[in-house]
Design a protein around this ligand. Structure first.
Ligand code: RM4
Ligand code: MN
Length: 388
């Protein structure tokens, strides 16, 4: 039996952080398509993010990416967010868009470049202090393209040295979140290519270093829910970067490519107790909306996470464990599939109504007038994008 009051409470408590860069122009290696009404600065990005929270009631924080979201007064930016009913979440460092980083950043062979990279990470810590952000998220583009290009092992030493320097400066309530990605932009070696490498560095650092699972950062066919279960058991899962993919790091809307995979991941989250706020696991979106309108795409993504979570919560866990203990392979699988095959949209619509929200956030946003307002108002200036 599933306790429906507990399911409702867990869904009402679910919080999903949105990325500032999802509201800016983005594209592929081939083309960035500009969209009308796109924000021109971090203040406008936060205003758009606040719309996602306004219609879902579930997205109260925004991740920043530095220097994309560089401003002269971070306290003022945080106040702007609060005025709009949202807060600043994770601060993402960016060590991949400076000419100096052609051969890497924290793992570069040249101590001058490593020093510059470390200074950027320290700057991110200052921004966290000014905005009240709890977490520093690190993804390194570092790696090599050709065998022999650099010493694989020396690069690990340099990486470890930079990580421990940053870790030493963390405040007591702050965390270091280390993200991995199989490849890209480096093609031969990547310095943090997988969860095992990230986990090993986090273990060396200490308890406030946790792994980020970006769902798009694995080889095709990887069992991501296994990684989630393992890291939760080891108390080293810090956060998710949600998105979905058909091929590599596609950064499409979460739950679009494979809603069943998202359900399986969320089931391990539920099983591992990671929906509880005290677990410290943060649920974030890391997506780019290259061809679709950005604000509704973020709303859709929040709804997709809610739907997968609702299904995961509907798994009859006592029945599942009984079937598992009895070695009832088909019975156990049926318990899981029953939950997955439940239409949870009416349940989520009811919960929204109970909170005074529109039961259909997509439709409510489309009717709100906001899309037309930003197109009319945001004329002139330079639209925000990857280089902004
Ligand atoms: C990386 C990684 C990071 C994100 C950048 C833009 O692939 O997913 O989390 O900040 O892309
Ligand atoms: Mn990511």
């Amino acid at each position: 039996m599933v306790d429906s009051t507990a399911v409702a409470a867990a869904l009402n408590a679910l919080r999903i952080e949105v990325p500032s860069w999802a509201f800016a122009n983005s594209g592929t290696r081939f083309k960035v398509f500009a969209q009308p009404g796109v924000p021109r600065d971090p203040y406008e990005k936060i205003a758009d993010a606040a719309q996602v929270h306004r219609f879902t009631g579930a997205a109260p924080t925004v991740s920043l990416h530095i220097p994309w979201d560089a401003v002269s007064d971070y306290g003022d930016l945080a106040k702007h967010a609060t005025d709009l009913g949202v807060g600043i979440g994770v601060v993402n460092a960016n060590l991949f868009q400076d000419d100096d980083y052609r051969l890497g950043s924290v793992a570069h062979a040249d101590p001058r470049v490593r020093g510059k990279a470390l200074d950027h990470l320290y700057e991110c810590l200052d921004i966290m202090a000014a905005t009240g952000s709890p977490d520093l998220k690190l993804w390194f583009a570092d790696g090599t393209n050709y065998p022999g290009q650099d010493d694989i092992r020396d690069r690990q030493d340099r990486l470890a040295e930079a990580l421990s320097a940053v870790y030493a400066r963390l405040g007591d309530a702050q965390r270091l979140l280390l993200e991995y990605k199989l490849f890209e932009p480096a093609f031969y070696t990547t310095d943090v290519p997988d969860w095992g490498t990230a986990y090993a560095h986090c273990l060396e650092l200490g308890p406030r270093a946790k792994v980020v699972v970006d769902t798009g950062h694995h080889a095709p066919g990887t069992n991501i829910e296994f990684i989630v279960a393992f890291l939760l058991r080891a108390e080293r899962l810090g956060a998710f970067d949600f998105n979905s993919r058909f091929y590599a790091d596609d950064d499409l809307m979460v739950g679009a490519a494979d809603p069943f995979q998202l359900f399986r991941i969320m089931y391990e989250v539920v099983r591992g107790g990671a929906l509880a706020p005290e677990s410290g696991v943060t649920f974030m979106l890391d997506q780019c909306h290259n061809i679709e309108p950005k604000i509704p795409a973020q709303i859709r993504s929040v709804l997709n996470v809610q739907e997968a979570t609702a299904k995961a919560l509907l798994v009859d866990r006592p029945a599942l464990s009984a079937a598992q203990r009895a070695g009832d392979v088909l019975g156990a699988n049926a318990v899981l599939m029953d939950a997955y095959n439940t239409d949870v949209r009416p349940l989520l619509a009811r919960l929204r109504e109970d909170q005074g929200l529109d039961p259909d956030p997509m439709a409510a946003y489309a009717r709100s007038g906001y899309p037309e307002k930003i197109v009319a108002e945001r004329v002139g200036g330079r639209q925000a994008g990857w280089e902004a």
